[in-house]
Design a protein around this ligand. Structure first.
Ligand code: FEO
Length: 393
C-alpha cells in the first residue's frame, strides 16, 4: 500500500482529503482554473474515531488507504456527513461497507438524503440537532445546524477541545493549492469567486449561520474545499460583508457583440464610468470565465448589460449570463441595458423581462439600429453619468 505524508492539523486530527488538481468544471457549469480539494478529516479520541466528511466518487481508495495508514485495524466509529452532495458524501457507501460498525451522523434532512442517495440503512444513521454532541474520549464533536449552506441538510461540526469548526462548503474555495490559507497568495479572490458561485444565493442563511457561531471560540476553520484557516478572522471578516450584501462603488459590465456596434456602446459606457471615478469590471461573456463574473457580482453595485438582438431577443450567450447572474441573487442595486440591432429589436425587451422581477432598478436603456451614432454616444455618456451618480449614492 502506498505511504502518504498525512498532515496532522492539531493533535489527533488529520487531513485525509484529496487534491483534485485536474478537475476543471464543477456542476457542469463552474470553471475550476486551480482544481479543487475534497477535504476530509479524521478525528481520533482516546476511545473512538470519527471521519468528518468523505470525498468525491473515484477517490474512495485513496481515502481508505490514508485512514488505514493512520489507524491500522480499528475501524471508524462515526462518519459525520455535514453535507450530502457527492463531492463530500460520494465515498459514504464504500466507507459504510468497509467500516461495518460505523454510525452515520447527520441532520434529519441529511438522514433522508443518505438513504436516498447512498442507500445507508436507517438503523445505521443517527440524526442530530443543534447542540447535540458525541464524545470520542477527550474530543467532543458538537453539531450546529446550518441549513442551505449549501443544500437544505447542511450542518457544521465543532470540535470543542481544539476549537476547530468543520464548515464543509461554507468558507470554502476551489483550489488544490496549499494546505493553509497563508500558503495561497490569492486566497481571498478565490474565496470570493467561490462565494459568488455557491453561497451568494443563500446569503441570508449565511448571515444566520454567522450569528449562530459568533460566540463560539474558533481557533481554526476547516472547510471542505480549499485551504484551512489558522487565522479564521481573515475569512470571517469578508464573509460578514459578503453575506450582508455590502456593495462598493463598482459596476460590472457584461456584454456580447457580433459586429462591434454593442461593443462601441459599451466602450463609451466604460470610459464614462471610469471618468466618474467608478470601478469597472468588464467582461466580454464569450471569452470570460463565469466564475470571475460571479466573484465580481458579490460586491458590485450596478450591472451594465450589452447585447445585440439575435432572432428577436438577446444574444443567447448574453441571455445565459443574465439568467445565471439573476439566479445567483447578487446584491446589485442598479442596471442599464445597451443594445444594438440590424433590422428589428427585441434584446432590450427580453432583458427587461428578465431583470423586471429582480430588485435591480433599471435606470435607463438604449437600443440602437446599426452602429451607434454620435448622438447615441452622447446619450450613453448621459446615462453613464446618471448611473455613476446612483452608484455614488
Ligand atoms: Fe462542495 Fe455543495 O458541495
Amino acid at each position: 500500500m502506498k505511504t502518504y505524508n498525512i498532515p496532522e492539523i492539531s493533535e489527533g486530527i488529520y487531513w485525509v482529503g484529496i487534491k483534485d488538481w485536474n478537475r476543471r468544471i464543477f456542476d457542469a457549469l463552474i470553471p475550476l482554473p486551480r482544481g479543487t480539494t475534497y477535504n476530509a478529516y479524521l478525528v481520533r479520541g482516546k476511545e473512538k474515531t470519527a471521519l468528518i466528511d468523505t470525498v468525491n466518487p473515484g477517490f474512495e481508495r485513496e481515502l481508505e488507504e490514508k485512514i488505514a495508514q493512520l489507524m491500522g485495524e480499528p475501524p471508524l466509529d462515526y462518519i459525520v456527513m455535514n453535507h450530502a452532495e457527492p463531492d463530500h458524501a460520494g465515498a459514504i457507501p464504500v466507507m459504510m461497507e468497509l467500516h461495518k460498525g460505523a454510525q452515520l451522523i447527520t441532520t434529519e434532512k441529511g438522514a433522508k438524503m443518505a438513504q436516498t442517495y447512498y442507500n445507508v440503512p436507517a438503523e445505521r444513521i443517527r440524526a442530530v440537532k443543534d447542540g447535540d454532541a458525541i464524545e470520542l474520549g477527550g474530543k467532543t464533536l458538537k453539531f450546529i445546524e446550518a441549513p442551505f449552506l449549501h443544500w437544505p441538510e447542511t450542518m457544521f461540526t465543532y470540535l470543542a477541545e481544539d476549537k476547530i469548526l468543520f464548515s464543509c462548503d461554507f468558507f470554502g474555495a476551489h483550489t488544490a493549492f496549499g494546505l493553509y490559507e497563508d500558503e495561497v497568495e490569492d486566497i481571498l479572490p478565490l474565496a470570493k469567486r467561490y462565494f459568488g458561485e455557491i453561497m451568494m444565493p443563500f446569503r441570508k442563511m449565511g448571515q444566520k449561520a454567522l450569528e449562530k457561531i459568533q460566540d463560539l471560540e474558533i481557533k481554526v476553520i476547516a472547510p471542505s474545499h480549499g485551504p484551512i484557516y489558522k487565522n479564521p478572522e481573515k475569512i470571517l471578516e469578508v464573509y460578514r460583508k459578503w453575506t450582508a450584501g455590502e456593495t462598493t462603488e463598482k459596476a460590472i459590465i457584461v456584454y456580447v457583440s457580433m459586429w462591434k456596434s454593442t461593443e462601441a456602446m459599451i466602450k463609451t459606457m466604460v470610459e464614462t464610468l471610469l471618468a466618474e471615478g467608478i470601478e469597472v469590471s468588464l467582461y466580454n461573456v464569450v471569452n470570460s470565465d463565469i466564475g470571475d463574473i460571479a466573484g465580481d457580482l458579490v460586491d458590485a453595485r450596478a450591472i451594465v448589460l450589452g447585447t445585440p438582438t439575435v432572432l428577436g431577443g438577446m444574444h443567447p450567450v448574453a441571455a445565459h449570463a443574465v439568467n445565471l447572474a439573476k439566479a445567483l441573487r447578487p446584491p446589485l442595486k442598479y442596471g442599464v441595458v445597451l443594445s444594438s440591432y440590424g433590422w428589428g429589436g427585441g434584446a432590450r425587451r427580453q432583458a427587461l423581462e428578465v431583470l423586471g422581477p429582480t430588485k435591480i432598478e433599471v435606470i435607463d436603456t438604449l437600443e440602437v439600429n446599426g452602429p451607434p451614432s454620435d448622438e447615441d454616444h452622447k446619450k450613453i455618456v448621459e446615462i453613464g453619468k446618471q448611473l455613476a451618480a446612483k452608484i455614488r449614492g
